[in-house]
Ligand binder design. Structure first.
Ligand code: ADP
Ligand code: MG
Length: 970
């Protein structure tokens, strides 16, 4: 695919077909390369002196400090300092001067410098490219003055670009902006675009199923302004959130690149650290002036083409404005001053959606699995039955931002239900969606003045289908489908234009011609005929000349230096009369070559036909593209409808295949799922293997459900399943259950105890507690809280106490509906104290010493943790298990009262007394034990005194010997 400027209708390369022209181009290129080679030495010297140290020229360009990838270009650059050479008296070559200028313009981006058919990188850029791309590092010139250089064919640049972007670099494309053939001396070159991860629009460089956000973060007191822009679709959303929600938003949006004010991006910046912890995207400093409210406001007005922002519901003092303006300014900067065609401006309003923080999203594995971060195995991978790229992107957005308004949810459900009732409509719609290309990104490229012939063909394919899709939906009664059907208004004029103007199978690139349909333009058709007929005309000319001269072996040939010629062997020439108007051009050992004015005329008409037809095609294509671009916004509006229909049809598809049911969604306090299944495991496991389970949660009888049971029984699966089912219901999907009623929740929180966290390293007890604190501070009585082994990350009694008090707090103060899976079977006593605490456990069958997991949730708590059974299952040696069994019963006998519980905790009191025993350090507990075992009636005064002294010593010493020989040891 051609670069942006090439796509813009770069004149067909003269190096292609007509051989004569190719010759010229080659010579021009050679001349230039000779010039380069000749002056390479001076050039390198000049470069060395022009760029002392590692610093890059900054000016107003964002200085990119890219954090992703190991091989960042922003680090100190080796090599320069060790160079022993002094300044050179020689001036840099014009070519290297041009390079230096472009490099300055590119800021910290790696510079792809176009030279003929190649892109070359020099100096440090070349070394980085060689390392990242695995291409050969060569040198311009030799010896001490060698300039490191690496390059590749310009045609293949996208592949190299992609690798460098993925490694966290930005790339500046420096192209030849004039026809080398017409250039006097050095070809003019300019940086035509700075390609960064967040500003891509090329299909080949993007995941078509995911949005690609450039995100801008602008701190403003306690709040932080945010803007996220997808350059490839024009979607543009702004908002502001409290600083502590920043991490959640960034991780929800999963941006490709994050820009923040330059003064906030330094090594000890807390903001930068927060961002680096939640995203792998490069953090890039944006020029401070672009964040100034006045400037930002003006940028917004210009790029949105409005005179006031009121229409978007954005007040002048909104903290979102600096971020929004800086986003557009950064995008403009990468497109060399050209604005990005944004699709309006949406205000982010978190209050309308179901809140999911980062930990919850990751724990529920919505978009990727926790273990390896892959899409397979995530909820998204199971739910994605979409057929179009637009649909896939929208589904992703829906999954991370479910609804909370039962009416809006019911609307989506009605569409899914209708498609299930009308299987033929559903099939038709699915088939039609299958054929629709990514019209959203195509339209955005067209609006940006880009877009290849293939893009126009894609648009045409989409426009052919739109009326059929509208027709299929016309019979539908549910609001979302009927509405989409009505809004899928065809664009007949544009379609007709493309039908008639564009070839049926245009090539990707304009350079090859063949883009415009036959019959669209008379002159073009004539030129094409002339070109095709050229070969025939030459043959005719040859026959005529042979006849006229009486030389049957006379031949017409072609060479790059002087074009068409007549060739006559010396033998023939000696016998025949060579006509006078034959001009001798070349003498070979066996033949003479001539040209004639007639032949030259014929030649020029053939060659011009070729060239004229190409430039005419470029012109005609430009017109077609401009007409299509004029409807760009309409096309994007169509794309939005297609996306909605696609997601809903996908919901219907999975519901149909897997027998999912429509949940009743309302504002009530209860969640009641009968025979629910885990949406992902149910699909991934063999049919019938997954054991369905019921869930009942409500305010009055079942607010806190404690799930106990041995390790591996299915506790985690059960509670996650519940969260996923609630989430899916609020997205508008059907559910894997027999029946379900979901009283909407405002937020879902999930926390996993540190020891249970699979991601390793990342999770410590501190993280566990920080996340738990976030729940306790943010959950409401409408929230759903899922706790998995919270408290596990610390010692048993600590953990149990914390788990206990968290449960109480959630139950009494917050009144959130809570599922708590725990191996602390001691917690079951909570139910004795609180009416709406329910105990369930995952049943296991015991066969002597063996246990079998039934994965079935049954009422009641467990009184044991089966840790030894599990250890045995895992293959721990028998001797160890037996010894552990003896230690366990010893411990249980020795300190039965150490368990927390209502007996020792003033659970019902407003401010419960801290429970004494569990909080005491070990010697105290042991001393208490001894005291308890002591019979005062049997102790002599002396013994009592000695015991008292011993206790005192042990307390002073902090440790001391264990509780041996209580009462009679002395
Ligand atoms: P726990 O949290 O109690 O240690 P998990 O929820 O991690 O147990 O489940 C352990 C394994 O048991 C899961 O990986 C899954 O393979 C299986 N499992 C869990 N629940 C079910 C179920 N309802 N039906 C079938 N298999 C299940
Ligand atoms: Mg578990």
């Amino acid at each position: 695919m051609p670069g942006p400027s090439a796509g813009d209708g770069e004149a067909p390369s003269p190096g292609d077909e007509p051989p004569a022209a190719a010759g010229q181009a080659e010579q021009a290129e050679q001349a230039e390369q000779a010039e380069q080679a000749e002056q390479a030495e001076q050039a390198e010297q000049a470069e060395t002196t022009a760029k002392p140290g590692a610093g890059q020229v900054q000016g107003s360009q964002p200085k990119t400090t890219r954090r992703r990838g190991k091989s960042t270009g922003g680090k100190a650059r080796p090599g320069k300092a060790s160079s022993p050479r002094g300044p050179s008296p020689k001036a840099p070559s014009p070519m290297m001067q041009q390079y230096a200028q472009a490099k300055k313009d590119a800021g910290d981006a790696l510079l792809f410098f176009r030279m003929g058919d190649f892109y070359e990188l020099f100096h440090e850029d070349a070394k980085i490219a060689a390392r990242v791309l695995g291409i050969t590092l060569t040198a311009r010139s030799k010896g001490d003055d060698a300039i490191p250089m690496a390059g590749f064919p310009a045609k293949a640049y996208e592949n190299y670009l992609q690798q460098l972007i993925q490694a966290g670099h930005a790339v500046a494309l420096c192209d030849q902006i004039e026809d080398p053939k017409l250039a006097k001396g050095l070809v003019e070159r300019k940086v035509t675009r700075i390609v960064t991860a967040g500003t891509l629009y090329e299909d080949d460089l993007l995941d078509h199923r995911a949005s690609n956000y450039l995100m801008v973060v602008a701190p403003c007191g306690e709040r932080v302004g945010l803007a996220w822009l997808d350059v490839s679709t024009g979607s543009f959303t702004v908002g502001d959130v409290p600083l502590e929600r920043l991490a959640d938003e960034v991780s929800r949006l999963d941006p490709a690149e994050v820009v923040l004010p330059e003064n906030w991006l330094h090594d000890d910046s807390k903001l930068a650290a927060t961002l680096a912890a939640v995203t792998t995207a490069p953090l890039v400093p944006g020029p401070a002036w672009t964040f100034e409210p006045g400037v930002a406001h003006q940028t917004l007005l210009e790029d949105l083409g409005v005179v006031t922002l009121d229409g978007f519901g954005l007040t002048d003092d909104s903290p979102a404005i600096p971020a929004a303006g800086a986003a557009l300014a950064y995008a403009r900067h990468t497109q060399r001053g050209q604005s990005v065609p944004v699709n309006g401006l949406a205000i982010h309003s978190p209050a309308t959606g179901l809140g999911l923080d980062r930990a919850t999203r990751s724990c529920l594995e919505l978009l990727a699995t926790q273990r390896d971060g892959r899409r397979e195995g995530s909820l998204l991978s199971i739910m994605d039955r979409t057929r179009s790229a637009m649909g896939a992107r929208l589904l992703r957005q829906w999954l991370v931002m479910p609804l909370i308004d039962p009416a809006a949810i019911t609307l989506r459900q009605s569409a899914v239900a209708e498609l299930l009732e009308r299987p033929s409509t559903h099939n038709q719609v699915t088939d039609l969606l299958d054929g629709i290309p990514d019209m959203e990104r195509i339209a955005t490229r067209l609006l940006a003045g880009r877009g290849s012939p293939r893009d126009l063909a894609g648009l045409r394919a989409a426009l052919r289908i739109v009326p059929q899709l509208a027709a299929s939906l016309s019979a539908c009664a549910s609001a979302p489908l009927a509405d989409a059907g009505a809004r899928l208004t065809p664009l007949p004029e544009l379609l007709q234009l493309l039908e008639r103007g564009l070839a049926e199978h245009p090539p990707t690139s304009l350079v090859d011609g063949g883009v415009i349909a036959t019959g669209w333009n008379e002159t073009l058709d004539e030129l094409r005929t002339l070109r095709t007929n050229g070969t025939a005309a030459i043959a005719r000319f040859q026959a005529e000349e042979a006849e006229r001269t009486g030389i049957p072996s006379l031949k017409v040939g072609f060479n790059r230096v002087f074009g068409y010629y007549i060739e006559i062997t010396h033998a023939q020439a000696a016998q025949a009369q060579i006509p006078e108007h034959y001009q001798r051009k070349q003498t070979l050992t066996s033949a003479e070559r001539y040209i004639t004015p007639d032949l030259k005329e014929l030649e020029s008409s053939i060659l011009t036909a070729e060239e004229r037809s190409r430039s005419l095609e470029v012109e005609l294509f430009g017109e077609l593209r401009a007409s299509a671009a004029a409807s760009g916004d309409d096309v994007r509006a169509l794309a939005a409808q297609v996306a909605r229909v696609d997601v809903l049809a996908g919901f219907a598809a999975i519901a149909k295949d897997r027998g999912w049911v429509r949940p009743q969604v309302d504002d009530g306090p209860s969640i009641d799922i009968f025979e629910g299944r885990h949406p992902v495991l149910d699909v991934l496991m063999d049919a019938g293997v997954f054991v369905p389970n019921d869930v009942v949660l409500d305010q009055d009888s079942s607010r806190l459900v404690l799930i106990t049971g041995p390790n591996m029984a299915g506790k985690s699966t059960y509670i996650r399943q519940t969260a996923l089912l609630v989430l899916l219901a609020q997205v508008g999907s059907f559910l894997p259950a027999t029946t379900a009623r979901i009283g909407v929740v405002d937020r879902i929180f999930t926390r996993i105890g540190a020891a249970d966290d699979l991601t390793g390293g990342a999770s410590t007890f501190m993280v566990e507690m920080t996340e738990t604190a976030a729940i306790l501070n943010n959950a409401t009585d409408r929230s759903l809280v899922i706790l998995d082994e919270v408290g596990r990350g610390t010692s048993t009694w600590d953990g149990l106490s914390i788990a206990w008090s968290i449960s109480e707090f959630l139950y009494r103060k917050i009144r959130a509906r809570t599922l708590f899976a725990t191996h602390y079977h001691e917690l079951v006593e909570l139910a004795d104290e609180f009416p709406a605490v329910r105990n369930v456990n995952v049943s296991v069958k015991e066969w002597g010493e063996e246990i079998v997991f039934l994965h079935k949730i049954v009422p009641g708590g467990t009184d044991r943790s089966y840790g030894l059974h599990v250890a045995r299952l895992a293959g721990v040696p028998r001797a160890v298990i037996e010894r552990a069994g003896r230690i366990l019963s010893d411990l249980e006998q020795r300190s039965p009262d150490l368990r927390p519980g209502p007996k020792t905790v003033a659970a019902g009191a407003e401010s419960p007394e801290p429970r004494q025993t569990a909080l005491f350090p070990k010697p105290v507990a042991a001393i208490l034990d001894e005291l308890r075992a002591l019979d005062p009636d049997l102790v002599s005064p002396m013994e009592a005194l000695l015991t008292l002294k011993r206790f005192h010593d042990r307390l002073e010493g902090g440790g001391g010997p264990g509780p041996t020989g209580v009462g009679g040891s002395e």
